[in-house]
Design a protein around this ligand. Structure first.
Ligand code: PLP
Length: 418
């Protein structure tokens, strides 16, 4: 069946025809591709077109699609049982690996998604501090739990307002929102509300409204303010964790949070999330403490196997190679007239604008040019994330042949952007 036939049916089953909104291609125009198989850096849609993938399922596939070692580990685990609903040795193996890569994780809990990890970490922080209010940053995304679908309300130090229908105002108001890169408002917020805040949560490498790389002093000051006011600092490393370095953004920035949240790579393409950090804070989580949090499929053995097989291949040499390679891809993007490609590790943000550090600084024309680029590159068998606010992800499977294909694709469309 063709993409179009499948999409027509999908519209009768799912809102927008999809299981997650950005997949609907509404941002870039056109209709979504339905994929039937993938390998390495490539995937093939139901019309039989092969695409060089620069979205890579939004981050988990740091080793590429259908990586043989991961498939073998999944196969072995699967034949021993899909789920036990009870402890199993693979949780320990993955936990050991995570602790070896991220030294500040003293205790952790596996969950099934990044959203769940963040929601649970915030509950632990609230349980530990006995405070209700949280702080987030405009331009960061932390999944779709009620208290995080929130933007700044009006007023100097603001109480949040919902960004989604269905989020109760009373819940949104417990979230204060500060712009990234706005040190002055950050200081004022802590001065006024510091003693009420349970937690401050940030993507240390914000990668969900483009790649909004922060000045190190902004993150350093946030760490200091949290310590001063007894606020739990949560690094949301669902994207950056195990992608930008063995110890994620915390290691690269030299800043240690109190708790961190992970997802994507630790599941190797299977649904996994994790929250963890200081053992005194994690000590409030049930059954050790009074903060309830649970999950039927948490620590699922097949997902643990996929995660471990992935993590075992993430050596310092792997990161060094990926980093060097990613610089070449960013340079290839920048051969397009007017395009700038901020990069951090293997995260790339192709944008027709320069020097953006806050989400409200992105210009409408930059996004409409991206939309045109998205369509043009699809015609050259290159699949970018279907939104100008999303970053592109590279993997260990993006080799020289892929880079050559990409350069040719860029050269073929460049004239339209001159
Ligand atoms: C930084 C960050 N936190 C949380 C999430 C939510 O993760 P999930 O989609 O697995 O629920 C995402 C998803 O992209 C993310 O990028």
């Amino acid at each position: 069946m063709s993409n179009d036939t499948l999409f027509a049916e999908a519209l009768t089953h799912f809102p927008g025809g999809v299981s997650s909104p950005v997949r609907a291609f509404r941002a870039v125009g056109g209709t979504p591709k339905f994929f039937r198989k993938a390998s390495g850096a490539w995937f093939e849609d139901e019309d039989g077109q092969r695409f060089l993938d620069l979205c890579m399922s939004w981050g988990p596939l740091i080793l590429g699609h259908a990586q043989p070692d991961i498939l073998a580990a999944v196969n072995e685990a699967m034949h021993e049982g899909l789920t036990f609903g009870a402890p199993s040795r693979r949780e320990l193996a993955l936990a050991r690996k995570i602790k070896a890569m991220v030294p500040f994780i003293e205790k952790m809990r596996f969950v099934s998604s990044g959203t769940e990890a963040v929601m649970s970490a915030l509950r632990a922080a609230r349980g530990f501090t006995g405070r209700d209010r949280i702080l987030k940053f405009d331009g960061c995304y932390h999944g779709h739990s009620d208290g995080l679908l929130v933007k700044a309300g009006s007023g100097l130090v603001t109480f949040g307002a919902p960004t989604s229908a269905g989020v109760p105002k009373g819940i949104a108001e417990l979230t204060s929102v500060v712009s990234l890169d706005d040190l002055e408002t950050l200081e004022r917020t802590f001065a006024e509300l510091g003693s009420e805040l349970a937690a401050a949560i940030i993507e240390p490498i914000p990668a969900n409204n483009g790649l909004l790389l922060q000045r190190p002093e902004f993150l350093q000051r946030l760490r200091e303010l949290c310590t001063k006011h007894g606020v739990i600092l949560i690094f949301d490393e669902v994207i950056s964790g195990f992608r930008v370095a063995p110890g994620g953004a915390a290691e690269r920035l030299g800043i240690t949070p109190d708790l961190a949240t992970y997802g994507k790579i630790i599941g190797g393409g299977m649904p996994v999330g994790l929250y963890g950090g200081r053992k005194d804070i994690m000590g409030v989580v049930a059954p050790d403490g009074p903060v309830y949090q649970a999950g039927t499929l948490s620590g699922n053995p097949v997902a643990m196997a996929a995660g471990l097989a992935t993590m075992e291949r993430l050596t310092p040499a792997f990161y060094a190679g990926l980093e060097a390679n990613a610089a070449k891809w960013a340079a290839a993007f920048e051969t397009l007239p007017g395009l700038h490609c901020p990069r951090y590790g293997s995260l790339l943000w192709p944008l027709f604008q320069d020097g953006v550090r806050r989400s409200d600084a992105v210009k409408g024309e930059a996004i409409s040019s991206f939309n045109r680029l998205h369509r043009a590159l699809l015609g050259q068998d290159v699949y970018l994330p279907p939104s100008g606010y999303e970053v592109a992800f590279l993997s260990g499977a993006h080799g020289d042949a892929e880079l050559d294909h990409f350069k040719q694709a860029v050269a073929a469309v460049a004239k339209a952007f001159a």
